[in-house]
Design a protein around this ligand. Structure first.
Ligand SMILES: *[C@@H]1O[C@H](CO)[C@@H](O)[C@H](O)[C@H]1NC(C)=O
Ligand SMILES: *[C@@H]1O[C@H](CO)[C@@H](O)[C@H](O)[C@H]1NC(C)=O
Ligand SMILES: *[C@@H]1O[C@H](CO)[C@@H](O)[C@H](O)[C@H]1NC(C)=O
Ligand SMILES: *[C@@H]1O[C@H](CO)[C@@H](O)[C@H](O)[C@H]1NC(C)=O
Length: 433
């Protein structure tokens, strides 16, 4: 029980820090400094429970009738590339005699290739807790479901961390609800999208046009590279001088990774983070955002279409004569970011680039620390109000207003028209070269 209690306490701290007037202001010390760092780790940020808004449900005339949610896996171990980069960094830094690195001699490297990419226990907890909150929120609707049928559906791709995230969510969602074991768990049916056909979760995989226009296009990383050259090189030069050792921007990025993973795993500030100033972290965060923006976001036109098959599936489920009452799908950062781009959410009215005005960078809506943290999720609730149907969209459990809807409760007909118009150009047509 201890870890969950700890998470509960952190929830309160998060809530406090979130109410700071400007989340870019840097707390000088103490636990709030750790919380500030956690909110600026880009796609390696842990899930921010404190950022969830209290949902205001409509009056008694309305009833929720369906919920469909797409959820990124929780906090994971570093990928193979990040693990190797961190290991190389450690070897390199061990030749420095700087006093600021004294701790490195004692440091036990937790990152191993054996664990690379797998879900961390912190990620299990994130999903388990999300499952519990989801059960609590939709208690009434859940009680109408016959668990012997397919009214409740789970799906993931065929990777370990997504399936295991779904499994952790399932435990939080249904323990004390069924009749199996002393945990009174109820089992669920599960669909797995095989790599060879997955256009829903890892949707870039079968999109040749995306491959050519985005993945193989040198322009995709151009702005990030310019930013790294202009903004990160001076930081690595500063650290090089301090440690009397030659450090480049890749080393800096590895420091940021080690800082991100240790902070998420241990809920306390890592020695790695202490090598960085607040401005350094903001600059590193933006470098990652630029990569994500051009790879999965508004930086390339095709990115707004890649989630077409997933949105087609969702809309078909919602409108089918025998719709699933609830569905939960588990995916990756790309799954969530392509969906946001498809829906037009968090789009800035300027293009993000290396020479974007500092104030625009500071106030940007496209911020992956929030949008695509570990366990980030997008939910669609279908409501019935005296026969009129509405869709409410949630991003990481807080309601949002879809462009074109004007308010968070979007008349279903309007939502249906907007999405139908977009999915008409189907995935195979869009992705054709
Ligand atoms: C659990 O078992 C009880 C009776 O033993 C039954 O009434 C109930 O429907 C079962 N619940 C589920 C979810 O199967
Ligand atoms: C890269 O961008 C430049 C400038 O906008 C453009 O002229 C060029 O065609 C682009 N290259 C590719 C491969 O899209
Ligand atoms: C962009 O949006 C901001 C507020 O979100 C507004 O102040 C600004 O005028 C807009 N700029 C353009 C070019 O539309
Ligand atoms: C996609 O659209 C094309 C052209 O309209 C059509 O030929 C094809 O059958 C469609 N594919 C799917 C899967 O609906």
């Amino acid at each position: 029980m201890v870890p969950f209690f700890r998470l509960g306490v952190l929830g309160c701290v998060f809530a406090l820090s979130h109410s700071l007037p400007n989340s870019n202001q840097f707390p000088l010390a103490g636990p709030s400094r750790v919380d500030w760092i956690k909110q600026h780790l880009a796609t390696k940020s842990p899930y921010d429970v404190g950022a969830i808004d209290m949902l205001k449900d409509p009056d008694n005339a309305c009833q929720i009738v369906q919920i469909h949610s797409v959820i990124r896996h929780g906090t994971r171990w570093p990928t193979v590339k990040d693990t190797i980069d961190i290991n190389n960094l450690v070897l390199h830094l061990s030749t420095s005699k700087s006093e600021r690195l004294y701790w490195l001699k004692e440091w036990e490297n937790p990152f191993t290739l054996k664990k690379a990419g797998y879900l961390h226990t912190v990620g299990q907890e994130e999903l388990y807790q999300l499952g519990q909150r989801t059960r609590h929120r939709y208690k009434q609707l859940l009680s109408t479901i016959d668990l012997a049928t397919d009214e409740l559906q789970f799906a993931s791709d065929d990777q370990s961390r997504t399936a295991r995230s779904g499994s952790a969510f399932h435990l939080g969602f249904l323990e004390q609800y069924g009749n199996l074991t002393s945990a009174h768990i109820a089992p669920v049916a599960w669909s797995t999208y095989a790599k060879s056909q997955d256009t829903y979760i890892q949707m870039k995989r079968h999109c040749p046009r995306w491959q050519v226009e985005v993945a193989d296009n040198p322009n995709t990383t151009l702005q990030a590279e310019l930013w790294i050259e202009n903004q990160l090189t001076p930081i690595s030069a500063r650290l090089s001088a301090e440690f009397n050792i030659d450090l480049n921007a890749n080393h800096l990025d590895a420091i940021y990774s080690a800082c991100a993973f240790e902070t998420s795993f241990y809920h306390s500030e890592s020695n790695w983070c202490q090598l960085l100033e607040a401005e350094d972290i903001l600059a590193l965060e933006y470098a990652d955002d630029l990569k994500q923006y051009y790879t999965y976001g508004y930086g390339n036109e095709i990115n707004q279409w890649v989630a077409t098959d997933l949105m087609t599936l969702l809309l078909r489920s919602i409108s089918s004569p025998y719709p699933p009452t609830m569905s939960f799908s588990f995916g990756h950062s790309q799954t969530v970011l392509f969906m946001l781009a498809f829906l037009g959410l968090n789009q800035d009215n300027f293009t993000l680039g290396a020479d974007t005005h500092m104030e625009q960078i500071r106030d940007r809506k496209f911020r992956t620390s929030r949008l695509s943290s570990f366990a980030a999720n997008i939910g669609f609730e279908l409501w019935d109000c005296n026969g009129d149907r509405y869709i409410r969209t949630l991003v990481s459990e807080s309601e949002v207003t879809l462009p074109g809807c004007g308010r968070s409760f979007c008349p279903f007909q309007l939502f249906n028209d907007m999405i139908s118009r977009k999915i008409e150009r189907n995935y195979s047509t869009i992705c054709q070269l």
